[in-house]
Design a protein around this ligand. Structure first.
Ligand SMILES: [Zn+2]
Ligand SMILES: [Zn+2]
Length: 350
């Protein structure tokens, strides 16, 4: 089968690998239809590692995907060949104490599509290939009205959904989203299900500021052109109830602390490049700010699919670029350079 290999730093090549086979009774063989390019995929492309996870070439990246079931293991009852599906890239053991506590996303044996080996995991190839075998437990039905690209988008959208739930968002509360890339826009897209008060969004890229308006922000600011913190505090004089930090920068973390009213919640989703971050402890303490870290998502895929499907949520502004597998190199270079107003680019298999 055709497979997109990362053969060295910054180099993708379309090659061949053996078609995977169903080995366990709960496995599904899924033909890939659409794969979204994530910032983390591009990070492996550019740097060959994220923290302790180091790529050994050749390697296959990709974890945001949707496809069609081609075959099912003997024990599978929930799916049949021909079903259109969304893949949750996480595979957990179901037996460890984290899994028993319902914290599947921090499973001690967790494997994740397109995540290389580290000291704590064996590593797993990604889904930039024609077929994958995946446990049925981590697969969900894609509603007929949703496209395969919508299905691939569900991975980041679910992180947005989970972050809001985990942050304990309540209706009517004011929100600032700092960083309007795919994750920030996923938070924004899902926020409407919680009926928020004023929603502010910021970014440095003009197209992303524009898309955040289209996706429902009441006010969007370009931080490179204006003092967004001052502007937000001009409108919400006491500060906002929730900040979703989606850039992973010290600067946006500092802005978030500045923006929160007493009792507010700082939800940290962005992945900092730096090994450490800091915050103004005087403000954090005096305002009794709650800080919630986010690790991907846990058990929110079905809820996110249903909310988006039932509300006929328009995902069009998020889907900006489509490529064939032969164009993977071009696609990754575009995403890496944030060129041409890219939000989410997809690689589509026939
Ligand atoms: Zn992703
Ligand atoms: Zn486990």
């Amino acid at each position: 089968m055709k497979t997109i290999f990362l053969t060295e730093l910054q180099k993708l090549e379309l090659g061949k690998s053996p078609k995977p086979e169903i080995k366990k009774p709960q496995d599904l063989l899924i033909k890939m239809k659409s794969v979204g390019i994530c910032g983390s995929d591009v990070h492996y492309f550019e740097w060959g590692r994220i923290g302790r996870m180091v790529v050994k070439f050749p390697y296959v990246v990709g974890h945001e995907c949707a496809g069609i079931v081609e075959d099912v293991g003997k024990g599978v009852t929930r799916f049949k060949p021909g079903d259109r599906v969304v893949v949750d890239p996480a595979i957990f053991c179901g037996k460890c104490n984290q899994c028993k506590a319902g914290r599947f996303h921090t499973c001690y044996e967790l494997e994740f599509l397109g995540t290389p080996a580290s000291d704590t995991s064996k590593g797993l190839d990604g889904c930039m290939k024609e077929y994958i075998v995946h446990p049925a437990r981590s697969v969900y039905h894609l509603p007929d009205e949703m496209t395969y690209e919508d299905g691939a988008l569900l991975e980041p959208l679910t992180i947005g959904y989970y972050s809001i739930q985990k942050g304990e968002m309540k209706p009517g509360k004011s929100v600032a989203i700092l960083g309007s890339g795919p994750i920030g826009l996923s938070v924004l897209t899902c926020l409407r299900f919680w009926k928020p008060g004023q929603v502010f969004a910021t970014d440095l890229i003009p197209e992303r500021v524009q898309v955040s308006r289209e996706m429902g922000a009441d006010y969007s600011f370009n931080t490179s052109l204006e003092d967004s913190t001052a502007k937000i505090l001009d409108i919400e004089k006491e500060g906002v109830d929730f900040v979703f930090e989606c850039a992973g920068e010290q600067e946006t973390i500092d802005q978030g602390i500045e923006l929160l009213k007493p009792g507010g919640t700082l939800v940290l989703i962005g992945i900092p490049e730096a090994g450490r971050i800091s915050g103004d402890i005087d403000k954090l303490r005096r305002r009794e700010i709650r800080v919630q870290n986010i690790r991907r998502q846990n058990e929110c895929t079905q809820s996110a699919i249903e909310a988006i499907h039932q509300n006929h949520t328009n995902l069009a502004p998020l889907k900006t670029h489509y490529f064939a597998p032969e164009q993977a190199q071009e696609a990754f270079e575009l995403v890496k350079a944030y060129r041409d107003g890219v939000i989410k680019a997809f690689i589509n298999w026939d």
